[in-house]
Write a protein that binds this ligand. Structure first.
Ligand code: PLP
Length: 528
């Protein structure tokens, strides 16, 4: 849509000669519309002015983003290159306000050119779905716009956070749900908090003295761990070179014997191991590290055990699948993102701790202007000082509301259905000669595989087979994005050629959808 349709281009809309009609009534109407637009700057909803506008917008979002955007009949995306999008979408900001009609048409365009991540055929990332209860929880959060640092500002959300975190600790298996926890802006940050807590436990003086005069601290994780572990180690001054990445076995799990050797080696070289970060559901392969074995190693060497269950954590809610994380109750800390397997809207991430007091010990600053100790209520409910953030979004409501809507049993059914889909998909492609698994037995609901087009079938022994296979997934991905039919990601890892990783977490998907994915990939790739 050309920009002059969307925005009033003149600096002063009242005096701009938009209307050149002689018709007086029309002119008056135009004038009052412009006056109305001029009051857009006021940041308070006015029933006369905004009720219809907001209702229209909500209707539009429901129609376009929620229902149209998740209908299998419609596209997942309407692909435009950055150059094209800059050309056709009016990103420009200028001095004059826009009318409500213009604003509504802008909203429509935002939806049109955005990826519909709630669409059943968006299986590209470790988040997807559009949960109706999660959505309304998110919308209510935004309508109330709280900041969860003090009870006085966020009474409901403060208590709600504590209830949800405790319920999650009970599911994890911490005794009586005791311990501590926080909502974090993403799993990466939660992993960072875990490192900070582990280091504080190792030596609380560090909070005041900093790293000066400290030994070289070393933490261990697997080569398949999420990259945030390294990022956060760098952010916290530990350094990426002091993150020792241990090789994984042929199932993608950390090699515990190698870990033991490396711990000894670090010690012999004067380094000081302080933490192991295990992964429960690796980001690409979906592997679960053996937590009990790691807990034994950590006990022996007095190391903090963190379990990054950002992705796989949701499986804890199912009796059938929680044994993937056997021993998780022995972890000192756990990252668990309800926005992944449990499909709460972005973002909803938690860090759970077995220990009380460490979060606030490590991070509190006791700002006198916010956390006054002489308030008239129990200030232990002012939980904000456990965080390094000041203002903080209430990510709890959408998840708590979903939990209310579905019950714990509903969350369990959700998880078991997505596992069933993953198992069905795996079984089906295993029976086909033109698909090949990366891991024979995927443990989580991300399934990694190659599609082998007819031109390469039976040619595994030819020299350039891998080189050619490497080019197949990117080409199919390009085609699916350009026709908007689905989105699934691919990557190369270890010395494997590019392979697809399809992620199941939408529990409205059916076995027919599994067949649809297979057929779409075959349709887009059979001539390559
Ligand atoms: C996704 C993921 C993270 C990061 O979570 P964000 O919320 O995206 O920051 C961390 N660890 C693992 C294993 C993950 O899959």
């Amino acid at each position: 849509m050309p920009s002059d349709n969307l925005l009033i281009t003149s600096e002063d809309p009242v005096s701009s000669g938009v209307s050149s009609e002689d018709d007086d009534v029309g002119h008056q109407k135009e004038l009052s519309l412009k006056k109305d637009v001029l009051s857009n700057f006021e940041s308070l909803p006015d029933k006369n002015k905004h009720e219809t506008f907001l209702k229209d917008c909500v209707d539009l979002l429901l129609k376009e983003a929620v229902f149209h955007g998740t209908d299998r009949e419609n596209k997942v995306l309407d692909w435009k290159s950055p150059e094209e999008l800059l050309e056709i979408f009016d990103f420009n900001l200028n001095g004059s306000p826009s009318t409500h009609e213009e604003l509504k048409s802008i909203l429509k365009n935002v939806v049109k050119f955005s990826v519909k991540t709630g669409h059943p055929y968006f299986v590209n990332q470790l988040f997807s779905s559009l949960d109706p209860y999660g959505l309304i929880g998110q919308w209510l959060t935004d309508a109330l716009n709280p900041s969860v640092y003090t009870y006085e500002v966020s009474p409901v959300f403060t208590l709600m956070e504590e209830v949800v975190l405790k319920e999650m600790r009970i599911i994890v298996g911490y005794k009586d749900g005791k311990g501590d926890g926080i909502f974090c802006p993403g799993g990466s940050m939660a992993n960072g908090y875990a490192i900070s807590c582990a280091r504080y436990k190792f030596n609380p003086n560090l909070k005041e003295t900093g790293l000066h005069n400290f030994p070289r601290l070393v933490l261990f994780t697997s080569e398949d761990a999420h990259y945030s572990v390294k990022k956060m180690a760098s952010f916290l001054g530990i350094g990426t070179k002091n993150v020792y990445t241990i090789k994984t076995d042929d199932k993608g799990k950390i090699n515990v014997d190698l870990l033991k050797n490396e711990i000894e080696r670090v010690k012999s070289e004067g380094g000081v191991p302080f933490m192991v970060s295990a992964t429960a559901g690796t980001t690409v392969l979906g592997a679960f590290d053996p937590i009990n074995d790691l807990a034994d190693v950590c006990e022996e060497h007095n190391l903090w055990l963190h379990v990054d269950a950002a992705w796989g954590g949701g499986a804890l809610i199912s009796e059938k699948y929680k044994n993937l994380m056997k021993g998780i109750h022995r972890a000192d800390s756990i990252t668990w993102n309800p926005h992944k397997l449990l499909t709460a809207p972005q973002q909803c991430s938690t860090l759970l701790l077995k220990h009380e007091g460490i979060l606030s010990g490590a991070h509190s600053a006791n700002a006198a202007y916010l956390f006054q100790k002489d308030k008239f209520y129990d200030t232990s409910y002012d939980t904000g000082d456990k965080h390094v953030q000041c203002g903080r979004r209430a990510d709890v409501l959408k998840f708590w509301y979903m939990w209310k809507a579905k019950g714990t049993h509903g969350l369990t059914r959700h998880v078991e259905k997505v596992f069933d889909n993953a198992e069905y998909f795996t079984k089906t492609i295993k029976s086909k000669e033109n698909f090949k698994m990366v891991l024979e037995e995927p443990e989580c609901t991300n399934v990694c595989f190659w599609y082998v087009p007819p031109s390469l079938l039976g040619k595994e022994n030819e020299d350039d087979y891998e080189e050619k296979l490497h080019k197949i997934a990117p080409k199919i991905k390009e085609r699916m994005m350009k026709d908007g039919s689905m989105m699934v990601t691919y990557q190369a890892q270890k010395d494997w050629p590019n392979f697809f990783r399809i992620v199941f977490q939408n529990s409205a998907l059916t076995h027919d959808d599994m067949m649809h994915f297979i057929q779409t990939i075959e349709r887009l790739g059979c001539d390559l």
